[in-house]
Write a protein that binds this ligand. Structure first.
Ligand code: FBP
Length: 580
């Protein structure tokens, strides 16, 4: 197989890991904190997760663990959208398993969760994994978005796990996939099965995070890839001085990607969906805001600029949110009728007829392409496929129309030419940055150690990430701690809560302090391509979001006990208190 020189060079890269993970796996145990609680809806979640609700936070600490050397079989699934570093999670998991016992096996289920339902799998061997170390993509075993939800799917998953004598299943996925991991862990316990389930936080969107999961893997590489491209486009814009570039950035719901790219490239405008929602801004308000900046720049003779648009914006504009919620309910309850109609006008008319008067007015004000895009299939988790809705083009159409009006009224004198871009898939399978390569390998290795310590219903966690890997802390966070109830497919379902941009958080505040200056004075930054070799400040810097959000790791919980230790917590053992 022909490979690029960079791929060859990256095979030789040795990921940096927390010092504890370099020790013999039999000398690593866990220390447990106090029982935990879910974010909200605690009573309901306790009833749903009877066996796995409220488990304590686990931290890896030095200590004997003879079970780590047992010969075991572990299954692994890559779930959802690609994110750079997935191969390194598998490499770390593989190396951990083999360090425990060279006779242990790692089984990779093919094409996402459907692989375990249908028992389509391969054994991951040293030869195979070595070809994928430090590379992007999920192609080692492929990924998919199937949700394990029906009784038959659960039963097939259990049958596969039993047939393959799996001690544990590792699910590498985003919020929905880790929700699946939590549900599966509970299902196995309910059935009296000892099969363990461990999740790994993956998604370029950066919205699977909390105090204990500081970032999801892939975010670092994706935002650096997009920022490189935005910086290049911005430089082009400032050279030619003739286009306004509207750049939609991936990120299904949260605007973390857009915000981080703004901090890295200093565009004229970056919309943040969470702010739009908080301020109750209408589509008209957003268009007015963009046009006001275009007009002010035109007064200075600058008929060019950069507008960053988060992919999920459309679902955060209050009138659009209401409209989409109504469409979702109609599609959930009247799907047969809807599907029997020819795609296009007939389906648009059918939906229109079912909407409330308010939403109908909004729906009919949209261009036909956007109407059709809003009706496209939901993904298996009930999400609107926002990557297929051309919000950047919708904004361009509305901005162009408004600028015409402003010109007629004499409040705009410039010229408006535009280009539209969508940056998404370009960043999902890039070679992982050193950060993601290190983080992912550590997450995978930690997943094995959580298994070796008997845990189930946990997500692998590496903390203190804004510091060098030598100061990282590895452990596991109970999945139920990250859950709440949300409406999906017209029903209340337990799901891991998406972490949206915190409008009181430092990344957003830093952006707000600078954005008015960036709007009018061209101040673009060109971060350039991700570097893998060279000085720390060019090849080992975490994202600005991570650095700005970094908090000192909290002190030890008094009640924490190293598992198997009768002496309680030694002063050296680091155990986190659950969030109050
Ligand atoms: P995950 O949440 O599964 O990581 O996927 C995130 C994402 O990349 C979103 O940013 C985007 O909206 C979506 O996947 C696109 O999905 P698809 O790959 O199915 O087109």
């Amino acid at each position: 197989m022909e490979i690029s020189p960079l791929q060859k060079a990256r095979y030789a890269y040795k990921p940096k890991v927390p010092p504890l993970l370099k020790k013999s796996v039999s000398s690593i145990t866990i220390a447990l904190g106090k029982p935990t609680e879910a974010l909200t809806d605690r009573k309901e979640l306790k009833a749903i997760f009877k066996h796995t609700y409220g488990q304590p936070i686990a931290t890896l600490v030095p200590g004997k663990n003879s079970k780590a050397s047992e010969k075991i079989n572990v299954g692994v699934i890559l779930s959802g959208g690609q994110a750079p570093g997935g191969h390194n999670v598998i490499a770390g998991l593989f190396d951990g398993i083999k360090k425990g016992n060279p006779g242990s096996k790692l089984i990779g289920f093919l094409g996402g969760p459907s692989g375990i339902i249908k028992d389509k799998a391969i054994e991951i061997t040293a030869k195979l994994v070595d070809q994928y170390r430090n590379t992007g993509g999920f192609d080692i075993i492929g990924s998919g978005r199937t949700k394990i939800e029906t009784e038959e799917q659960f039963a097939s998953t259990l049958a596969t796990a039993k047939k393959r004598k799996l001690k544990a299943i590792v699910i590498i996925g985003g919020d929905d996939s880790n929700t699946n991991a939590a549900v599966l862990a509970e299902y196995f316990r309910e059935k009296g099965e000892s099969i363990q389930v461990i999740g790994v936080p993956k998604t370029i969107d950066g919205d699977l995070k909390n105090e204990y999961v500081e970032t999801s893997f892939g975010f670092d590489t994706a935002v650096k890839t997009y920022s490189e491209l935005i910086g290049n486009i911005a430089r082009d814009a400032n050279s030619a001085k003739k286009y306004w570039h509207f750049i939609k950035l991936m990120g299904r719901a949260a605007s973390h990607i857009c915000l981080e790219c703004a901090l890295q490239t200093q565009p004229n405008i970056a919309l943040i969906s969470e702010e739009v929602e908080a301020k109750n801004q209408t589509l008209k308000d957003i268009v007015e805001y963009i046009c006001s900046i275009i007009a002010k720049r035109a007064e200075k003779g600058e008929n060019f600029g950069i507008v960053l648009v988060p992919e999920g914006l459309i679902e955060f504009i209050p009138e659009m949110k209401k409209l989409i919620a109504e469409i979702n309910d109609i599609l959930a309850h009247k799907n047969a009728e809807f599907s029997s109609l020819a795609p296009g006008q007939a389906q648009i008319d059918f939906i229109s007829g079912q909407l409330s008067a308010e939403s109908r007015a909004v729906f009919s004000s949209l261009p036909k392409e956007i109407q059709s895009q809003l009706l496209m299939d939901r993904d298996p988790h009930g999400n609107v496929q926002v990557s297929r809705i051309e919000t950047e083009k919708l904004l361009i159409t509305l901005v162009e129309a408004r600028l015409k009006e402003m010109k007629a009224a004499g409040s705009y004198t410039g010229s408006f030419s535009y280009q539209s871009h969508f940056l998404g898939y370009e960043g999902r399978s890039a070679f992982p940055s050193n950060f993601d390569a290190d983080y992912c390998y550590s997450l995978g290795f930690t997943a094995f150690l959580l298994i070796a310590n008997g845990l189930s219903g946990y997500i692998s966690s590496i903390r203190n990430l804004a510091r060098p890997a030598a100061e990282w802390i590895a452990g596991g966070i109970p999945l139920t701690m990250m859950m709440n109830l949300e409406r999906r497919h017209g029903k209340e379902k337990p799901v891991i809560k998406k972490a949206l941009v915190d409008l009181k958080g430092k990344p957003f505040k830093t952006f707000v302090a600078k954005r008015d200056g960036w709007a009018l004075t061209t101040s673009y930054l060109c971060p350039g391509a991700i570097q893998y070799f060279g000085p720390d400040e060019v090849c080992n810097m975490p994202t600005k979001t991570l650095v700005l959000e970094a908090k000192p790791v909290k002190p030890l919980g008094k009640n924490a006990q190293a598992k198997g230790s009768t002496k309680g917590t030694s002063k050296k053992k680091i155990v986190e208190e659950p969030k109050k």
